[in-house]
Design a protein around this ligand. Structure first.
Ligand SMILES: O=P(O)(O)OC[C@H]1O[C@H](OP(=O)(O)OP(=O)(O)O)[C@H](O)[C@@H]1O
Ligand SMILES: Nc1nc2[nH]cnc2c(=O)[nH]1
Length: 187
């Protein structure tokens, strides 16, 4: 783990960051995501899992826009562990909190970057007997390093290939609470 950051350093990161998507743009994207998900899943009584930690804010703001019966759960899988680049292995810190055998499952996460996290989570859901597994992310990062063949079913916004934070995404553990999507200066 790298050294901890001071409050001043963290405020400087925020002050110097580039705003890529405003709060209003994110909220409009969540409205569209919710409409697309509703059209596909309204009659399925799905289980909707957020992937902790990043999926927490997105799922929180998405779920109240879904006006059909669903169950909600969480799971915690991480590749980055507070760093700004991925570790080789995915670490499971909490398994799925609600049984999914025979169910339609929707996985909600903040970002589709290389896609190895979502790929492993989808495989885990299938192994646990889910009938159908769909994925939704707020942000799709644009680059050519995606896990081969990995696709996401519902995407809110596209962002450039930089390290981003806000709306659930962290900068070294902080600023998940930022009300927009920001790119760290120099990253
Ligand atoms: O597409 P990938 O390259 O696999 O990266 C995307 C994943 O990275 C982040 O999780 P992270 O491991 O940082 O954990 P966190 O949710 O606790 O921030 C994010 O929340 C996604 O789950
Ligand atoms: N916070 C954050 N987490 C990520 N996980 C994968 N890519 C990113 C990113 O750009 N920002």
């Amino acid at each position: 783990m790298t050294e901890s950051l001071s409050r001043e350093q963290l405020n400087t990161v925020m002050d110097e960051a580039d705003l890529l998507k405003s709060k209003e743009e994110v909220e409009a994207a969540l409205d569209t995501l919710a409409a697309d998900i509703t059209a596909r899943l309204a009659d399925k009584m799905p289980v909707v899992y957020s992937i902790m930690n990043g999926g927490l804010v997105v799922a929180g703001q998405l779920l109240t826009r879904l006006k059909f019966p669903l169950e909600q759960g969480y799971m915690h899988a991480t590749r980055y562990r507070g760093e700004t680049s991925a570790q080789a292995d995915l670490q499971w810190q909490a398994p799925p909190s609600v049984p999914m055998d025979g169910r339609t499952v929707l996985i909600v996460d903040d970002i589709f970057d290389e896609g190895y996290t979502l790929e492993a989570v989808v495989e885990a859901c299938k192994a646990q007997g889910a009938a159908e597994v769909l994925t939704a992310v707020l942000v799709d990062k644009q680059h050519d390093r995606k896990a081969p063949g990995m696709k996401v079913d519902f995407i809110g916004l596209e962002v450039e290939d930089r390290y981003v934070f806000g709306f659930g995404m962290d900068y070294r553990g902080y600023w998940r609470n930022a009300p927009g999507i920001y790119a760290v200066k120099g990253l």
